[in-house]
Ligand binder design. Structure first.
Ligand SMILES: CSC[C@H]1O[C@H](OP(=O)(O)O)[C@H](O)[C@@H]1O
Ligand SMILES: Nc1ncnc2[nH]cnc12
Length: 289
């Protein structure tokens, strides 16, 4: 694996390129899981090598359910990325998390049902732990960077991913609130789980664009509303990531880089050679004699 970048940024709605990247190169990448959503922009940000990928493609033409999350994460892994920041527009499910604010969540609930959610299968079985799906160290660094932009930033909260592409019904939104969930989006799962399988640290920079559909005094969410709020927020999101890049502490004390250590169960003798080869980048260090 060549070390072309250490920090991966997955841009969500409203973030299709990254201002201020230096020495930028656009790279077409292929992976054993297909092609990522767009060419990857490789460049330098405050002296840190960065890989930027637009989750929904340039021009936003890929549905949340259609995103090839496996190819996106695998492509970043192939480039040597160790730290991934997923930028996401989201709805708020609580009064005190307001449109325009940032949230650095610390838990997820996966309500998706129509997505490829693992690199494993085809004769090689693994079960990773996702008890704490976010990297605490990267999330802490991202929180401090987001706070430094002056935007009101909340540390912690549960982020639910719905399948979409439709927004929630009022009954669903009230249910999610009753469950104590803080924010809602359509893309964090399975991106976060695949990053864990690929032993990368993952944190979300979630910017709140709306109050979903539960708030009696607010208009129900629509795309126009999301884009209007995003247009005011993407500069701050990029500033937060620039600050993170400048201060990135690579010596984290987390266990993300050992996520597969206790996860593989298949007898190595039973792993089909094609599968072994396909997943070499992830499993070589555990299976090589
Ligand atoms: C444009 S509104 C719905 C859309 O916005 C969020 O995208 P992302 O998470 O990639 O920022 C949400 O998840 C939906 O995909
Ligand atoms: N309310 C909402 N529900 C799901 N995804 C969103 N993205 C932005 N706002 C959202």
């Amino acid at each position: 694996m060549s070390q072309q970048a250490i920090l991966g940024i997955i841009g969500g709605s409203g973030l299709y390129h990254f201002e201020g990247l230096e020495d930028v190169q656009s790279v077409e990448v292929t992976t054993p899981f297909g092609k990522p959503s767009a060419p990857i922009l490789l460049g330098s940000l405050e002296g840190t090598r960065v890989a930027f990928l637009a989750r929904h493609g340039i021009g936003h033409h890929i549905l949340p359910s259609e995103v090839n999350y496996r190819a996106n994460i695998y492509a970043l892994k192939q480039m040597g990325v160790r730290f991934v920041v997923g930028v996401s527009a989201c709805g708020s499910l609580r009064h005190d998390y307001k449109p325009g604010n940032f949230v650095i969540p610390d838990q997820v609930i996966d309500f998706t049902r129509d997505r490829k959610r693992s690199f494993f299968g085809e004769g090689l079985v693994a079960h990773i732990s996702t008890a704490d799906p976010y990297c605490a160290s990267l999330s802490r660094q991202l929180y401090e960077a987001a706070l430094s932009t002056g935007v009101e930033t909340h540390q912690g909260g549960t982020f639910i991913t719905i399948e979409g592409p439709r927004f929630s019904t009022r009954a669903e939104s009230h249910l999610f609130r009753a469950w104590g969930i803080s924010i809602i989006g359509m893309t964090t799962c399975p991106e976060i789980f695949l990053a864990r399988e690929a032993e990368m640290c993952y944190a979300s920079l979630a910017h709140i664009t709306d109050y979903d559909v539960w708030h009696l005094a607010e208009e129900p969410v629509n795309v126009e509303m999301v884009i209007r709020t995003l247009s005011q927020n993407t500069a701050a999101a990029q500033q937060a990531i620039r600050t993170l890049a400048a201060r990135l502490d690579e010596n984290t004390d987390c266990e993300c880089s050992r996520a597969l250590e206790k996860a593989l169960i298949t007898d190595p003798a039973r792993i089909p050679p094609e599968t072994r080869q396909k997943l070499a980048l992830l499993v070589d260090k555990y299976l090589k004699p």
